[in-house]
Unconditional design. Structure first.
Length: 69
């Protein structure tokens, strides 16, 4: 099932991925941890993403546009 994913959610998911990768490369960075927490909350509590299938579709769409994918 395909869900219409708003561009702001795709952008947020891509920011989450980039932040996670930066934090993995530089553990202990408080600013990165806080940013990751904010982005996680924004994605987790978004009403369009209550359905697990919508979450997977968002990740699929976001990964498709990431460099190196």
């Amino acid at each position: 099932m395909r869900h219409a994913i708003p561009h702001d959610l795709v952008r947020t998911q891509r920011e989450w991925t980039r932040t996670y990768e930066k934090l993995a490369a530089h553990p202990g960075r408080t600013a990165l941890r806080r940013r990751l927490i904010r982005l996680t909350a924004r994605l987790h509590f978004h009403p369009r993403l209550r359905d697990p299938a919508a979450r997977m579709e968002l990740r699929r769409v976001a990964w498709r546009g990431m460099p190196g994918s």
